[in-house]
Write a protein that binds this ligand. Structure first.
Ligand SMILES: Nc1ncnc2c1ncn2[C@@H]1O[C@H](COP(=O)(O)OP(=O)(O)OP(=O)(O)O)[C@@H](O)[C@H]1O
Length: 281
């Protein structure tokens, strides 16, 4: 495992029923990184997280999470990892306060002030029965449960899909602060590209079980261009530039450093949503 890495996946392959879901995927997370994981439905985002946590075993490749094997995590290390699954689990039959009380007992580093702060922010009442919470409120509770012990590594599978825009914004800002303040790393999947652009330090883009791009967001803005060519054929390109997609007169390039692109009628930066669309024609 590389020095300081909080999570390292190397050459991970996973098949389900003969279908390849993760295909030679490598990804490393360091302290302070907030990585937004972007990919179409079925691209393998949840599977990646589940492999990282040892919930499912990879067919091949190597995973190290906080310097341990995910299949043999010590209790001490487990207490420093936060995870919110796409469909958060139950606590049916408990009130919010009872559920938190039970959950809290597993984590020596639980920050009760943070818990109270977030209960207020998410407008959750401790007396409400968990089964009466809306989907968004359940998601909020699951987030509090995963974050109030300030984990070193936080994996969130579409954590904000059911939150309203105000709650989403607040939570996203907190997420970023948490990582920066405590030297944690966060990996979160989301289809909301504007959220990703607002809070992520890095973007990881998956397609068909492969990692197409893993880059600092600022770098991505500088080095990716969408080019409209005068003709369908690919012109000779500067050596630093690589082609991500080419269809008709539209060319998507990486590694752009301000060079002149031959035959270009326009050469423009693009946002994450445009990038996603261009990579999924
Ligand atoms: N336990 C399983 N058994 C069989 N197939 C599975 C299993 N888990 C996932 N898959 C398949 O693996 C593929 C990737 O699923 P995964 O949930 O990782 O995608 P995702 O990128 O998280 O998708 P979404 O954005 O829709 O949540 C899908 O085709 C899915 O049907």
């Amino acid at each position: 495992m590389e020095q300081d890495a909080l999570l390292e996946l190397r050459d991970i392959t996973k098949q389900f029923d003969g279908k390849t879901v993760l295909n030679g995927l490598s990804l490393t997370l360091y302290p302070g990184m907030v990585v937004g994981l972007l990919g179409a439905n079925g691209a393998g985002k949840s599977t990646l997280m589940r492999v990282a946590l040892g919930i499912v075993a990879a067919d091949s490749g190597n995973v190290r999470i906080l310097n341990e094997s995910p299949m043999a995590l010590s209790a001490k290390t487990k207490a420093t990892i936060g995870y919110v699954a796409q469909q958060p689990f139950g606590y049916e039959g408990f009130s919010v306060a009872q559920a938190l009380s039970l959950h809290r007992s597993f984590y020596p580093n639980w920050d009760q002030a943070l818990e109270q702060d977030w209960l207020q922010r998410f407008d959750l009442d401790g007396k409400t029965a968990v089964q009466k919470l809306s989907i968004g409120q359940r998601q909020s509770l699951a987030l509090i449960m995963a974050m109030a012990y300030r984990p070193k590594l936080l994996l969130l599978d579409e954590p904000v899909a059911s939150l309203d825009p105000v709650a989403r914004r607040r939570f996203m800002a907190d997420l970023f602060d948490l990582a920066l303040e405590s030297g944690s790393a966060v990996l979160f999947s989301s289809h909301i590209t504007s959220d990703l652009e607002r809070v992520a330090s890095h973007v990881a883009l998956m397609k068909n079980g492969e990692l197409m791009l893993m880059r600092e967001l600022d770098e991505l803005r500088e080095q990716l261009r969408i080019v409209t060519l005068g003709h369908d054929s690919l012109p000779e390109l500067p050596s630093s530039v690589s082609v991500l997609a080419h269809k008709g007169r539209t060319l998507l390039i990486d590694g752009y450093q301000g060079e002149v692109i031959a035959d270009a009628q326009s050469c423009l930066p693009l946002n994450l949503e445009q990038l996603f669309m261009e990579l999924h024609p």
